[in-house]
Design a protein around this ligand. Sequence first.
Ligand SMILES: [Fe+2]
Ligand SMILES: [Fe+2]
Length: 288
Amino acid sequence: MNEIYKTTSETGLDKESFPFKLYQKAKKFGIWNPEEIDFTKDKTDWINLNEKEKDVILRLTAMFQAGEESVTEHILPLISVIAKRKELEEEMYLTTFLFEEAKHTEFFRKFLDDVTESKFDLTKYHTENYRTLFYEELPNAMNNLLTDDSDEALVIASTTYNMIVEGILAETGYHAYFTMLKRNGIMEGMQNGITLLKRDESRHIAYGVYLLAKSIKNDPSLFEKIEERMNSLFLIAMGIISEIFESYDEMPFGLKMEDFTDFALDQFNKRFEKLERAKSGIIDMTED
Ligand SMILES: [Fe+2]
Ligand SMILES: [Fe+2]
């Protein structure tokens, strides 16, 4: 039974709250349409690539593609926990979150269909560490919320999803992919899509940082659980990046390990500091 509806109570919506502001941003910036991305130039570029270059593009795209599918598929249990807790502004923001992940999934499949015309199975590009994270750790942590809606289960799920999968892998991967394409002057449509997609992801990650900081503020003992989870999954995330490089004697497009790691570590450290500050009750969401 519902005892109260917030929007008809004297409080109304908390328009000053961080999630409500994210919701407003999402309505403004998250409405781009993958259908409208022009891949005409990408098609010509694709034809002119050599086999090794094609392989690297397919490898990275196959990783992003299943990654986006997995985050689309597995966000619902988290939204359900937030709804049960009656965090209305958060739930409103999360409606845009799932919509955006669905569009990201659509975007990469459009590239595979229209540009690379891949009709074959791409799962061979899902290496050992990739499988550990996307086939096991992420689905398990999220599905666990179906039967355990405790604070601990929630922060483990959010750490896995927002801090590691989005905060390390997606952000790093998209940054490196974008840099590689730009440096080589190819795949304009993909570059444009990634620019839009990165903007969506930064809102997703900001929400995760907010959720974790809020949880730590309420119960500082959660910080240790989050830190432990981050450390164990961080190694898997780095393993995924290494496996990309191990697959080639010489990396096509001059792609470097630093293209992946430098930016990510910097971002990761900034977010981690925010979580540390939440232990003393400070929630700092500036810059997000
Ligand atoms: Fe995404
Ligand atoms: Fe995301």
